[in-house]
Design a binder for this molecule. Sequence first.
Ligand code: ATP
Ligand code: MG
Length: 372
Amino acid sequence: MYLSSLHIQQFRNYIDQAVTFNTPKTVIVGNNAQGKSNLLEAVLLLATLRSHRVSKDRDLVRNGEAIAEIKATCQRTHVGGYPIDLMIRMRSSGKRSLQVNGVNQAKNLDFLGNINAVMFSSLDLDLVRGSPESRRNWLDTVLIQLEPIYINLLQQYNQVLRQRNALLKSIKQGQVVYDVQQMALWDAQLVTTGTRLMRRRSRLLDRLTPMARHWHQAISGGNEYLEITYLPKFAFAPKDTVEKIHQDFFAAILQKNAIEQYQGTSLVGPHRDEVLLTINQTPAREYGSQGQQRTLVLALKLAELELLETVIGEPPLLLLDDVLAELDLQRQDHLLNAIGDRIQTVITTTHLGSFDAQWLNSARIFQVEKGR
Ligand code: ATP
Ligand code: MG
């Protein structure tokens, strides 16, 4: 997979900027707040249709403008290597248009899968020490690329969840009375759509864990044992039949019925899932040292890269947003060796001093200033 060009208009602090990538390694250097992360965010949007920082297109469109565009040309070896043109048009109103080779795509699903990318930014350090939401977002971002249908399942679930929450809130506020039959309809949809997400997330972790463990042992020197456990809000055995999972899910909702009405929100389902990360059986979130947490994040990211490459059959792009400076030399080496020359990499930094001179020799360097 190769991203050969990117053209962004009225996106974030950019007015109109084209970038050509003609080497596997690109370094974007610039002071703070000049547009380095924005550029990588544009590439990630092409791969996942999601930003890693915000959820509203209003924030992505340049302030005061109505429409932003991201255009790119990429090539994939496994579909013959001919160029594919992609375009995302975002509106501050929230409506998007997508095109592949100039043809409108009504569905996200038909757009996804043309570019794959792994982003590793300083925000990812929250993957271990942050809230469960950051771990759920990570799983979702990986799944959207591995199985693009997941973006539809996620949208369906979120829609059911919003409506069920709205109903619970009006019950709490006394605007409507609790109606068993009406609620049962929402419960059923929450359970069926939610189970689909949970089974996919659990399968993903089964595949990621051995890879993450391998990287983790390589980086930490071998005497640390990583475990990743998927922890939904009810006893969930992925090997169970769908019917059994549905039953357990229903039972858990029933058990929380009173408290859900009291709190006015849904308390059971994949929107409340947690992923437990332990090193030598100790939770890394609460007890890991900063160095251990960094090693773990790096191992998770390298596992993500490896899994995407395995499933897709070619390496995804790697977007490293300001993280190199945050890793010590040994961890940097692991990362740069894992990348080698096979993986197209775009790295941002505020100063070139933290790079190996030989490594920089083979990179193309762009300087960014005020969105240019
Ligand atoms: P740092 O080194 O601090 O991470 P950066 O170069 O990565 O800096 P970016 O995150 O890319 O900086 O942001 C660059 C600028 O873009 C910021 O000053 C921000 O205020 C601005 N910006 C973000 N969103 C918009 C928007 N919708 N319209 C206009 N400007 C925006
Ligand atoms: Mg930045």
